[in-house]
Write a protein that binds this ligand. Structure first.
Ligand code: G3I
Length: 315
């Protein structure tokens, strides 16, 4: 029987994958689905590779939670997208409230990257080096980011250069939400990538998170157009956190299935799109509560989206 990942690779893509957490792994029935490499050829850790999880206090690195997910991937022949090195969220208080000046914070960031990327050297297909550094209007996030407000946008190329030094073979991504279609924020992301390139630092990919809503997805052409604009800068693209919410009171699982198929079809049409990762796989475990955004329901039964995705890869 062909699965989600098998269908993606048959269409020439590297992977179809899912976000996974220690929480889901401790649910044996759910974890059986995650382990099926015919459906999932790739994992992203939900929270286990974030700054607060890996370096909760200064220089005290804790890799236990993330290592368990990487070990399960290795046991099943699945690859890792690694998420994420520098983000304004889930930063431990010793960093956020430490009162560090610009140079001290740059050293903290570089030290974190060297340790973490070094620890996982050779094990990450890709790293989300910088996550969500843009405001909705495409300007650089500052007031609510310790990195942006203390260092300024130059933290971005510094982070990419540090990641490249620690693992020259990993694909280094900028990752953000609401950049899935052309618009002010997507333009900001294009400019961010040019800025990193102009600074002489390596950048290889753009991650469209893809947190979408059923009925508002539209048609594939706008996603295709967006991906092509990034590909023109010489980077690959991927959907990195796809989920498609449907209203809790009146869910429409057929529309949701059609919307999943739209995203798959867009990725299929663009050579630079290497794969799709969903932000979880069962509605039993999702960051958006009751909006049933995923492919298996709370009882771990496949929803209409499952066959729609396979058919869209095969179309
Ligand atoms: O760490 C504490 C833990 O100590 C405590 O026991 C527990 C009690 O509720 O809370 C834990 O923190 C939670 C953390 O997940 C780990 O479970 C936070 O409250 C909660 O806010 C956090 O949510 C995560 C969210 O990122 C944080 O912004 C979600 O699980 C995770 O799915 C979500 O993922 C993000 C991507 O990384 C980036 N793009 C958007 C996406 C969805 O928001």
């Amino acid at each position: 029987a062909q699965g989600l990942h098998d269908a993606a690779t048959a269409a020439g893509k590297k992977y179809f994958g899912t976000e996974l957490s220690g929480y889901v792994m401790s649910d044996a029935e759910a974890n059986e689905i995650a382990k099926n490499a015919q459906d999932f050829g790739q994992y992203t850790c939900e929270n286990e590779m974030k700054f607060d999880a890996l370096q909760p206090s200064q220089d005290a690195f804790n890799y236990d939670g993330a290592d368990q997910i990487v070990a399960q991937a290795e046991a099943n022949g699945q690859i890792m997208r690694c998420h994420t090195l520098v983000w304004h969220n889930q930063v431990p208080s010793w960093v956020k409230d430490g009162g560090f000046d610009k140079n001290a914070l740059i050293e903290i960031m570089k030290n974190h990257i060297a340790n973490v990327v070094g620890h996982y050297k050779g094990k990450c297909y890709a790293w989300d080096v910088v996550n969500e550094a843009l405001n909705e209007d495409g300007t650089y996030r500052s007031s609510d980011s310790v990195w942006g407000s203390t260092i300024g946008p130059e933290f971005i190329p510094i982070a990419f250069a540090a990641a490249a030094e620690a693992d020259p073979d990993a694909k280094l991504y900028y990752n953000d939400y609401n950049c899935d279609r052309p618009g002010a924020k997507a333009t900001g992301a294009l400019n961010l990538i040019k800025m990193v390139q102009d600074a002489g630092a390596p950048i290889h990919g753009f991650g469209m998170q893809g947190h979408l809503t059923t009925g508002q997805v539209g048609d594939a052409s706008q996603y295709v157009e967006n991906m092509q604009a990034f590909a023109a800068l010489g980077v690959e693209v991927a959907f990195t956190e796809l989920d498609i919410a449907t209203p809790a009171g009146s869910p429409d699982f057929n529309q949701q299935a059609a919307d999943y198929a739209t995203v798959v079809s867009a990725c299929k049409q663009v050579e630079a799109c290497v794969g799709i990762t969903t932000w979880g796989f069962t509605d039993r475990y999702t960051w958006i509560g009751d909006s049933a955004p995923l492919i298996w329901d709370k009882d771990l039964q496949k929803k209409a989206a499952y066959d729609a995705i396979i058919n869209a890869w095969s179309a």
